[in-house]
Ligand binder design. Structure first.
Ligand SMILES: Cc1cc2nc3c(=O)[nH]c(=O)nc-3n(C[C@H](O)[C@H](O)[C@H](O)COP(=O)(O)OP(=O)(O)OC[C@H]3O[C@@H](n4cnc5c(N)ncnc54)[C@H](O)[C@@H]3O)c2cc1C
Ligand SMILES: *[C@@H]1O[C@H](CO)[C@@H](O)[C@H](O)[C@H]1NC(C)=O
Ligand SMILES: *[C@@H]1O[C@H](CO)[C@@H](O)[C@H](O)[C@H]1NC(C)=O
Ligand SMILES: *[C@@H]1O[C@H](CO)[C@@H](O)[C@H](O)[C@H]1NC(C)=O
Ligand SMILES: *[C@@H]1O[C@H](CO)[C@@H](O)[C@H](O)[C@H]1NC(C)=O
Ligand SMILES: *[C@@H]1O[C@H](CO)[C@@H](O)[C@H](O)[C@H]1NC(C)=O
Ligand SMILES: *[C@@H]1O[C@H](CO)[C@@H](O)[C@H](O)[C@H]1NC(C)=O
Ligand SMILES: *[C@@H]1O[C@H](CO)[C@@H](O)[C@H](O)[C@H]1NC(C)=O
Ligand SMILES: *[C@@H]1O[C@H](CO)[C@@H](O)[C@H](O)[C@H]1NC(C)=O
Ligand SMILES: *[C@@H]1O[C@H](CO)[C@@H](O)[C@H](O)[C@H]1NC(C)=O
Ligand SMILES: *[C@@H]1O[C@H](CO)[C@@H](O)[C@H](O)[C@H]1NC(C)=O
Length: 640
C-alpha cells in the first residue's frame, strides 16, 4: 500500500531537502570552561541538585542561581558538546541524525503489527531542546485549564491565566523582518510574548515560500476554522508561529544557549556533564542527595554521592524522570517488588499515564502550482539553480530559505471542525468502561485519573476550544505528517525487572489501546483527504493523493492503514509523573512536590497530566519558569 509509510522515510525526505548544505558551514564550538570536569572538584553539598541538564533543568538552574547565595549543581548524562548538527536551523531535523540521542526502542506495539519505535530524547547539555525541530507553539487555553481542573481545591494557579506570565517570561520574542512580514502577510500579536526576560529566543526566518499564505487561505473554505492573530493566543485555528532561533546568529536557540552559556560564570552555578544519575538518595522519605556515575567511570555500580541541603529537583524528562524515581524506590509497589527494589514510597502513578502525540502519514501533491506559489519548497531538492542560490545567500548573509527550520504555519483544528461525528464519538468516550483500556492490574487511583481525563477530553471533543488535528503548512505539497493532538490511549515507562540499572527503561506506548483513537484518526485522515482533493478551493491546483491512496475507503481500510503507518511518537513524552491529586494517580502535587517524599520535586515534561495540543517544548519552558517561582528563589529578583 503506497510507499513512504514510515516516519523514518518522512524524516529522510526532510533531510534530503537540504542534504547538500548540511555541512556548508561549521560552527566553532564554545570551549568547555567553568564546567566541573571531575567529581572530586564538586562541593560536598549544594542547596539544590538538579538531575538532568535539559530544557527544564537548565531553566530552573538559571533562575535559582540569580540569587548569588543559592548554590546549584546540575548533573547531566550527556556531553557538553558543540556541533553543526545542533546549531543548524535549516530543515529542523539535523538533531535527529546527531549522536546526541538515547538509544532506546519501545516494546513491540501489538496494535501496530508489532512494530517497535525509536524513543527519541536528547542526551546532551540542553536535552531535547538541543535536538528538536524548533517549532515554537503552545496549546490552547483549555489544555492548561484542564490541568487545573483535576484539582478541585486549588492551591496553585495551573490554568491558562496562571501560566501566561510564564509563557511570556520563558522566551524573548524577536519580530520578523518587516519586508518578509509584509510580503507573506504574517500576523502576530506581541501582547502574548515577552521581551528580554529570557536568553531563549522565538525568532523567524528571513524568507517564506510565497505559497504559504495562499495555502493558509485555503482553510477559509472550511466552516468553523478560526484565524487567531497569534500562535500564543491560546486559540485553535490556522496561524503563524515562530522558531526557536537566535535571530542574530541564525542558529538554534535552546536551553544551553539561553540558560547556561552566559550564566556559567556565576560561581554558584555548577554543571557536571557525562555523568549518569543512578539514584535519588533518601533518608527515610526525605531526599538528601544524588548518587551518580562520574564521567570516565565504566562501571555502573561505582557511584559518587553529593548532598542537597534544600532540595533535589528531577528534570530528566518524560522517559527518565519516572525511571529514576522507580530506581530510587518511589513507584508502583508491584513493579518495584518484581525488580527486587525496596519500596520507599508506594506511588502507583510513577511511569503510568504515558502519552505522546501519534503521527500519521498522508501525502498530497499539487500538479499545477500557480506561479504565485513559486519558488515552492520542492525547489530545494529538485532545482539546482535555486539550491545554489539559497546556499550562497545563506553562506554570505545567513538569510534566505536555509534560515527556515520546519516552517512557520500550521492548522490546529478542533474536532467538530474536522469530523461530522464529534457528538457520537464524544458520547462513546463518556460511556466507555475506561479502565478496560489500561493495562491489567492498573492501580485504582491511576484508573480513576484516567477516567477523569477521558471525561474532560469527551467534553473537548464536542467543543471548539481544544485542537485535535495538526497539519503543518509548507507553501507547496503537504509534508505528509498529520498529528493527533489528544490521543486517548495511555502507555507505561517502567524499569526492566532484570537488572534495572543495566538496561534502559521499558517503554510501551500501548498505541491504539483505546479503540476510539482509531475512530478519531480515521476522521483525521478523511478530513485531510477532503481538504486536499474534495475541495473547490484546491481544484485548480490539480491535487493528487499519494498516501494512503484511493484504495483506502472503508472504515476497515482506514483502520488497517492506521495500524500499518502510525508512529506512536512525535517525540513528546509526557504524563509519567503526572501533576494530579494522589487519589487520581498523581505523582506530584500543585507545587510539583512528589507525594510522600520531602524535598523532592519534578519540573519537566513528565508532570503534564494531559498533552497540550501542540509541540511540547515551549510548555516545558513555561512549566520550568513556574517551578522556579514555586521553589521560591531567583524569580523574586529582577533580571538586568
Ligand atoms: C527529535 C525531537 C524533535 C522535537 N521537536 C519539537 C519541536 O519542534 N517543538 C517542540 O516544541 N518540541 C519538540 N520536541 C519536544 C521537546 O523538545 C521536549 O518536550 C522538551 O525539550 C523536553 O524537555 P524536558 O526538560 O522535559 O526533557 P529534556 O530536555 O529531554 O531534558 C532531560 C535531560 O535529562 C538528562 N538525563 C536523563 N537521564 C539522566 C540521568 N540518569 N542522569 C543525568 N541526566 C539525565 C537528559 O540527558 C536530558 O539532557 C522534540 C523532541 C525531540 C526529541
Ligand atoms: C504480535 O505479537 C504477539 C505476542 O508475541 C503475537 O501473539 C501476535 O500474533 C503478533 N502479531 C502480529 C501481527 O505479528
Ligand atoms: C477537596 O476538599 C474537600 C473538602 O475539604 C475534601 O473532602 C476533598 O478530599 C478535597 N479533594 C481533593 C482532591 O483534595
Ligand atoms: C492583541 O491581543 C490583545 C489581547 O487579546 C487584543 O486586545 C489586541 O486587540 C490584539 N491586537 C491586535 C493588533 O490584534
Ligand atoms: C464548532 O464548530 C462547528 C463547525 O463550525 C460548528 O458546527 C459547531 O456548532 C461548533 N460547536 C460549538 C459547540 O460551538
Ligand atoms: C536521617 O535523618 C535523621 C532524622 O532527621 C537523622 O538523625 C540522621 O542523622 C539522618 N541520617 C543521615 C545518614 O543523614
Ligand atoms: C571508582 O571510582 C573511584 C573514584 O571516582 C575510582 O578511584 C576507582 O578507580 C573507580 N573504580 C572503578 C572500578 O571504576
Ligand atoms: C529553478 O529555480 C530558478 C530560480 O528560482 C527559477 O528561475 C527556475 O524557473 C526554476 N526552474 C524550474 C524548472 O522550476
Ligand atoms: C548580501 O547582502 C548584501 C547587503 O544587503 C547584498 O548586497 C548582497 O547581494 C547579498 N548577498 C547575496 C549572495 O545575495
Ligand atoms: C471495566 O473494565 C475492568 C477492567 O477490564 C473490569 O474489571 C470491569 O469489570 C469492567 N466493568 C464493567 C462494568 O464492565
Ligand atoms: C466531498 O465533499 C462534500 C461537500 O463537502 C461532502 O458532502 C462529501 O461527503 C465529500 N466526499 C467524500 C468522499 O467525503
Amino acid at each position: 500500500m503506497g510507499y513512504f509509510t514510515t516516519l523514518a522515510t518522512a524524516v529522510a525526505w526532510t533531510t534530503l531537502l537540504t542534504a547538500n548544505v548540511c555541512h556548508a558551514y561549521h560552527h566553532a564550538g564554545l570551549a568547555a570552561s567553568s564546567i566541573i570536569a571531575r567529581a572530586q572538584d564538586l562541593l560536598p553539598s549544594y542547596d539544590y541538585i538538579i538531575i538532568g541538564g535539559g530544557t527544564a533543568g537548565l531553566t530552573v538552574a538559571d533562575r535559582l542561581t540569580e540569587d548569588p547565595q543559592t548554590t546549584v549543581l546540575v548533573i547531566e548524562y550527556g556531553p557538553l558538546a558543540s556541533s553543526s548538527a545542533i546549531t543548524t536551523v535549516s530543515g529542523g531535523f539535523y538533531g535527529l541524525s546527531s549522536p546526541y540521542l538515547y538509544d532506546i526502542m519501545s516494546v513491540p506495539q501489538l496494535n501496530l503489527g508489532n512494530r517497535t519505535t525509536a524513543v527519541m530524547a536528547g542526551k546532551i547539555v540542553g536535552g531535547s531542546s538541543a535536538v528538536n525541530a524548533m517549532m515554537t507553539v503552545r496549546g490552547t487555553a483549555q489544555d492548561y485549564d484542564r490541568w487545573g481542573s483535576f484539582f478541585p481545591n486549588k492551591t496553585s494557579d495551573w490554568t491558562w491565566d496562571g501560566l501566561l506570565p510564564y509563557f511570556k517570561k520563558a522566551l524573548t520574542f524577536a519580530e520578523p523582518d518587516p519586508a518578509v512580514k509584509e510580503s507573506a502577510k504574517m500576523t502576530y500579536n506581541t501582547t502574548f510574548w515577552g521581551k528580554g526576560s529570557s536568553g531563549v529566543y522565538a525568532g523567524w526566518p528571513s524568507f517564506q515560500y510565497p505559497g504559504t499564505t495562499a495555502q493558509m487561505d485555503l482553510y477559509k473554505h472550511i466552516p468553523g476554522v478560526e484565524f487567531p492573530g497569534d500562535s500564543g493566543a491560546g486559540r485553535p485555528g490556522v496561524y503563524w508561529f515562530p522558531t526557536f532561533m537566535d535571530p542574530n546568529r541564525v542558529e538554534r536557540s535552546y536551553a544551553r544557549t539561553g540558560h547556561y552559556d552566559d550564566q556559567k560564570k556565576r560561581s554558584n552555578y555548577h554543571l557536571i556533564a557525562d555523568s549518569r544519575v543512578t539514584k535519588i538518595v533518601l533518608n527515610g522519605t526525605t531526599a538528601t542527595g544524588v548518587a551518580f556515575i562520574p564521567a570516565g567511570s565504566k562501571q555502573y555500580t561505582n557511584t559518587t554521592t553529593v548532598t542537597a541541603r534544600k532540595e533535589v529537583i528531577l528534570a530528566a524528562g518524560g522517559i527518565h524522570s519516572p525511571y529514576l524515581l522507580q530506581l530510587s524506590g518511589i513507584g508502583p509497589q508491584r513493579v518495584l517488588t518484581e525488580a527486587k527494589i525496596e519500596t520507599v514510597v508506594d506511588l502507583p502513578g510513577v511511569g503510568q499515564n504515558f502519552q505522546d502525540h501519534p503521527m500519521l502519514m498522508a501525502t498530497y501533491q499539487y500538479r499545477s502550482l500557480p506561479s504565485s506559489w513559486k519558488p515552492s519548497p520542492e525547489y530545494m531538492f529538485s532545482n539546482s539553480t535555486f539550491q545554489s542560490w539559497a546556499t550562497t545567500l545563506f553562506n554570505t548573509n545567513r538569510t534566505g530559505p536555509l534560515s527556515i527550520a520546519t516552517g512557520n504555519a500550521a492548522a490546529w483544528l478542533p474536532f467538530p471542525v474536522i469530523s461530522p461525528r464529534s457528538r457520537s464519538i464524544s458520547s462513546l468516550l463518556t460511556s466507555q468502561n475506561h479502565s478496560a483500556h489500561l493495562p491489567p492490574n492498573t492501580h485504582p487511583t491511576v484508573a480513576a485519573g484516567y477516567a477523569a481525563q477521558m471525561l474532560s477530553l469527551a467534553t473537548a471533543l464536542r467543543q471548539n476550544n481544544t485542537a485535535f488535528y495538526n497539519a503543518v503548512i509548507t507553501g507547496g505539497a503537504s509534508t505528509g505528517l498529520i498529528v493527533d493532538l489528544h490521543p486517548l490511549s495511555r502507555g507505561t515507562v517502567n524499569i526492566d525487572p532484570q537488572d534495572p540499572l543495566a538496561k534502559t527503561p521499558v517503554v510501551d506506548y500501548r498505541a491504539l489501546n483505546n479503540p476510539l483513537d482509531v475512530s478519531i484518526m480515521t476522521d483525521i485522515l478523511r478530513f485531510t483527504r477532503n481538504f486536499h482533493i474534495n475541495n473547490t478551493a484546491t481544484a485548480q491546483l490539480r491535487p493528487v493523493e499519494i498516501i494512503p491512496g484511493q484504495d483506502v475507503q472503508t472504515d476497515q481500510d482506514f483502520a488497517d492503514y492506521i495500524a500499518e503507518s502510525t508512529s506512536p511518537s512525535e517525540f513528546h513524552p509526557v504524563g509519567t509523573c503526572a501533576m494530579m491529586p494522589r487519589e487520581l494517580g498523581g505523582v506530584v502535587d500543585e507545587e510539583l512536590k512528589v507525594y510522600g517524599v520531602n524535598r523532592l520535586r519534578v519540573v519537566d515534561a513528565s508532570i503534564m497530566s494531559t498533552l497540550p495540543g501542540g509541540n511540547t517544548c515551549q510548555t516545558v519552558y513555561a512549566v520550568a519558569e513556574k517551578a522556579a517561582d514555586l521553589i521560591g528563589y531567583g524569580a523574586k529578583l529582577k533580571r538586568g
